[in-house]
Design a protein around this ligand. Structure first.
Ligand code: C6P
Length: 412
């Protein structure tokens, strides 16, 4: 299948050749990988960067005078700048390397312990992944701050009017995702950020599910913190970034102590390094950071506009086809959504469907998707979630449909 875009012709069959894993079989069937929201697959271009790092210049960074260390340091810092430009961030030191989204959120939540006092309020959306709930609950336990929840509607959208009512001078930070992992809903983050700022509240956006699909301009958004994971952006696991506005990062205390994050150490007193090193204790995932930048190059070589257009086409096709199956119920029907379909079939458990799909070579996620409050809202134990990427095809969606029908007849 090939679609015409501005001036590039996007040929999915050519793209698929970049992903060696898509060649493999699972349970005797060619793999249909529809679990991209959990982790995306890695193109050969990124795998090559990883192999090259360990084959040619593996060394610790920022500390050696020797050539390998210098080479690794240069590539790692170049990766930071690539990521800075990708997200249109003003200063490179506002990009902090982390092990992923979860790490980034914990870093900020833990730092806010020194800012919040008893009775302060923090607002969370009802659509969050556990990573963007639990660290804040822990913060509330520590500080006596109060967690308030912005509710959602049946379509899986935040109720903006409720957010306006909950927001007050007592609100110190608002945190929500750009895109819901369980439903695919794209949240109106710009509107929320601007409104929160009128009351002086900071805003943290969990961009884990948006980053593979939407190019966020962090200066235009005027967001205070934005967190992502490389492994959902065609990069490796164990690396991500936290963006923080310089003034906020200066206000927060270090998260972990150790090497790299200090200026001077004595038994009497330690002083901390400047940004970004203040938040980067210990040896980082050097290869991961460099490969993350390569993944961004890869995405850019296709282009976000092309990706969005193609993935929306897959989403529309899959939604229409799945909807023809009797007993089908979708969760998350927002008009603004990424290519994620969460569904159940009347009378069947999502886990049983997922297990049978796997037997037919189709990888989806089943369960609560680390978003139990969303499942509680719908009063269900979980859903089957098919999440699409630009390397998926309509033929693969046809296989999903046939497999769901087969699973249904087997379980009936
Ligand atoms: N969601 C999913 O299947 P980490 O594990 O730190 O890279 O990302 C955590 C995380 C945070 N926020 C959102 C919105 C997420 O979707 C995720 C990861 C995966 O939906 C694995 S649980």
């Amino acid at each position: 299948m090939s679609i015409a875009t501005n001036n590039i012709a996007f040929n999915v069959e050519e793209i698929r050749k970049d992903f060696p894993i898509l060649e493999r079989k699972v349970n005797g069937y060619p793999l249909v990988y529809l679990d991209n929201a959990a982790t995306s697959q890695t193109p050969q271009q990124v795998i090559d960067v990883i192999v090259n790092y360990y084959s040619n210049y593996n060394a610790n960074i920022h500390r050696g005078v020797h050539s390998l260390s210098q080479e690794a340091t240069d590539k790692y810092e170049a990766a930071r700048i690539k990521i800075q430009h990708h997200f249109n961030v003003k200063k490179a030191h506002e990009i902090i390397f982390t092990s992923g989204t979860t790490h980034g959120i914990n870093l900020v939540a833990s730092g806010f312990a020194s800012i919040l006092k008893k009775g302060d309020e923090i607002l969370v959306s009802a659509l969050e992944h556990h990573s963007n709930i639990v660290p804040w609950q822990m913060l509330c336990e520590k500080t006596g701050a109060i967690l308030k929840v912005i509710p959602m509607n049946e379509q899986g959208e935040l109720i903006y009017e409720s957010f306006e009512k909950l927001l007050s001078e007592k609100t110190k930070i608002v945190f929500l995702n750009h895109v819901s992992n369980a439903l695919g809903t794209i949240n109106p983050i710009k509107k929320i950020i601007d409104k929160a700022h009128t009351k002086g509240a900071a805003v943290l956006i969990d961009g884990a599910q948006a980053a593979p699909h939407i190019k966020a301009d962090l200066q235009a958004l005027d967001v205070d913190f934005y967190v992502v994971s490389a492994h959902k952006m065609y990069g490796p696991t164990g690396v991500g970034v936290l963006y923080g506005k310089e003034e906020w990062l200066n206000k927060l205390p270090p998260y972990q102590g150790g090497g790299e994050m200090i200026a001077t150490v004595s038994f009497e007193k330690t002083t901390y390094a400047e940004l970004p090193h203040k938040f980067e204790a210990g040896t980082p995932n050097i290869c991961g950071g460099i490969a993350f930048a390569a993944a961004i190059d890869y995405i850019d070589s296709i282009g976000f506009e092309t990706i969005a257009r193609y993935e929306q086409e897959l989403l529309n096709y899959a939604t229409i086809k799945l909807n023809e199956i009797e007993g089908m119920k979708f969760y998350g029907t927002s008009r603004e959504k990424t290519a994620v379909i969460s569904f159940n079939i009347e009378g069947l458990h999502p886990y049983d469907i997922g297990t049978l799909l796997d037997k037919m070579g189709i990888a989806v996620r089943t369960g609560h998707h680390c978003a139990q409050p969303i499942m509680d809202f719908y009063k269900i134990p979980g859903t089957v979630r098919a999440s699409f990427s630009f390397y998926n095809t309509k033929a693969e969606i046809d296989r999903l449909i046939e497999a769901v029908k087969k699973a249904k007849s087997m379980l009936a």
